[in-house]
Design a binder for this molecule. Structure first.
Ligand code: HXC
Length: 258
């Protein structure tokens, strides 16, 4: 499929999606959303693909929602189009694992998009921020909620109120990113990490993702019950039998994906 604003390639079982609006520092306009929505849906539906990496350029993962697209819109347009709701349904709804590999700016909607990933790998050049306050608005794609859950109230509040950027080291210390990688190695590392995930029993990977996400959606008792039920469901898969048998027989597992 042809996309206008992103590049998509498959490397064995890993889908690599690259934001490709360099002239606008990968600002997220409606076309980017349409392209990303279609690319994530295609990835989710493709039985040969088991992990994805979303990345940007060296300078910017994404510098935010496209301000030039928003500048003349009125409140009624945002409300009636339910602006930004599609990010939740088209990107966050992806059931298979995906990683955000972030170098350079991840600001506003760019930071929010990175936080929609299952986890973030950050180049040492990465800079995260929610500068919407400076534009007279506020995060609109989940930033105030996901950032607060990731780094806690103090840092999230400071970042949202001042719009200051957080560098990679601070982001790692604060729990926003899983790991920091030298910028030159970011893509290789992200693809290797994705390949390692793609080599896991696919249903188990999907269920692990779902379980961790449930921790953000519910209380502890309900989360633990849901975890136990999902665990029990996984034990009915052929890959559970294969995984445990392979361990006992001291050989690698061969997955059926069911
Ligand atoms: C549209 C953008 C853009 C954006 C950068 N550009 N960010 N266009 N929307 N979010 C464009 C610039 O206009 C410029 O194009 C080109 O990209 C290069 O940017 P420069 O500013 O010249 O680069 P630099 O001086 O290196 O500064 C980089 C930067 C700065 C610090 C990242 O671009 C910046 O502050 N961008 C805006 C960041 C931001 O406020 N993001 C939040 C957006 S609101 P031209 O053609 O002019 O040269 C949001 C959530 C909204 O994301 C949700 C609630 C409504």
């Amino acid at each position: 499929m042809a996309y206008e604003t992103i590049l998509v390639e498959q490397r064995d079982a890993v889908t690599l999606i690259t934001l490709n609006r360099p002239q606008a520092l990968n600002a997220l306009n409606s076309q980017v959303l349409a392209d990303l929505g279609a690319a994530f849906a295609a990835y989710d539906a493709d039985p040969t693909q088991h992990c994805a990496v979303l990345t940007g350029s060296e300078k910017a993962f994404a510098a935010g929602a496209d301000i030039k697209e928003m500048v003349d819109k009125e409140a009624a347009d945002f409300f009636l189009q339910d602006f930004f709701s599609d990010w939740q349904t088209k990107v966050v709804a992806t059931r298979k694992p995906w990683i955000a590999a972030v170098a350079g700016f991840a600001l506003g909607g760019g930071c929010e998009l990175a936080m929609m990933a299952d986890f973030i790998l950050a180049a040492d050049t990465a800079r995260f921020g929610q500068p919407e306050v400076k534009l007279g608005v506020a995060p609109g794609m989940g930033g105030s909620q996901r950032l607060t859950r990731a780094v806690g109230k103090a840092k999230a509040m400071e970042m949202c109120l001042t719009g200051r950027m957080m560098g990679a080291e601070e982001a790692e210390r604060a729990g926003l990113v899983a790991r920091i990688v030298p910028a030159a190695e970011l893509l290789d590392d992200a693809l290797k990490t994705a390949a390692a995930i793609a080599a896991m029993p696919p249903m188990a990977a999907m269920v692990n993702k779902e379980m961790v996400n449930i921790a953000f959606e519910t209380n502890l008792a309900q989360g633990i019950l849901t975890e136990r039920r999902l665990f029990q469901i996984l034990t009915a898969t052929q890959d559970k039998k294969e995984g445990m048998t392979a361990f006992v027989e001291k050989r690698p597992g061969v997955w059926k994906g069911r």
